[in-house]
Design a protein around this ligand. Structure first.
Ligand SMILES: [Zn+2]
Length: 268
């Protein structure tokens, strides 16, 4: 298998080059960006939605989205068949052909799964990860994180100067916002909420919630075995003592609800 221990924030990608096969995720990051305190800027829901859409479009344009007939996309379509929305938020799924192991879901319901994550997860596990990420959207964690990124970086000078009209963003600002969509770090309580909400989402859509537990176990084992500083693991398990608790809690819930743990299938 290709080496996948790439930590996204160390990457400096060139926006102008054509994306080769198996490329690294393209996030242009401002080197000297300094976090600033979020200002009390009025941002309407419509403006927020426009910024989210612009950022997702930027990510899709600057990363290698696999075509519909590609086996990865075919697999993802099959896996998510019949899942069209999350509590009314319309969902859309795409695969990025990149070497980073990651997946993220955006406030507008765009879900992006990286091919290298698909390489190591079987179907139940992959669906578990997707459920967890959608859990963050359903609990509005993703929206809060995006809003913070928007106000502390891209719009740090405020939107008032533009008379309340959503300010146009530069390419590097959109790259920064893309990075915030991919790498949003959530608190442990938010992770727990996403676990529960993701569990409910999986059950509601007829999927086996054990998939989430198994995915967590796999990521945890991978990290222990290889010591890999994988961006997704760092995002998912920001605090180690909590990881075991989360796995245990979700296992107990699935057992109590009478779900049978699927047999471990070989990864793709
Ligand atoms: Zn999470």
């Amino acid at each position: 298998m290709r080496k996948f221990s790439v930590y996204i924030f160390t990457l400096v990608c060139c926006l102008a080059t054509a994306m080769p096969v198996g490329a690294q995720l393209n996030l242009k990051k401002l080197g000297n960006a300094v976090a600033k305190t979020a200002q009390a800027v009025t941002l309407t829901d419509a403006q927020m939605a426009a910024y989210v859409k612009e950022s997702v479009d930027w990510m899709d344009k600057n990363n290698p989205v696999l075509p519909e007939d590609n086996p990865y996309t075919v697999r993802l379509r099959k896996l998510t068949e019949g899942i069209t929305d999350a509590d009314g938020i319309p969902l859309n799924f795409k695969v990025y052909h990149v070497i980073d192991i990651n997946a993220f879901a955006c406030p507008d319901g765009s879900v992006r799964v990286f091919s290298s994550l698909m390489d190591i997860m079987d179907d139940d596990e992959l669906m578990g990860i997707i459920g967890h990420e959608i859990g963050h959207v359903l609990k509005h964690h993703s929206k809060k994180a995006f809003r913070t990124a928007l106000l502390t970086d891209a719009l740090k000078d405020g939107v008032s100067s533009t008379g309340g009209v959503a300010a146009a963003l530069s390419d590097s600002q959109l790259g920064d916002l893309g990075a915030s969509l991919v790498n949003s770090k959530f608190s442990q309580s938010q992770e727990k909420e996403a676990d529960d909400c993701g569990y409910d989402f999986l059950v509601k859509n007829g999927r086996n919630p054990w998939g989430m537990v198994m995915a967590f176990e796999k990521l945890s084992q991978l990290e222990q075995k290889s010591g890999a500083k994988m961006s997704y693991i760092q995002k998912m398990f920001s605090s180690h003592p909590e990881t075991k608790d989360r796995i245990k809690r979700m296992s107990q819930r699935a057992t109590k609800d009478g779900y049978q743990r699927p047999e471990v299938k070989a990864a793709e």
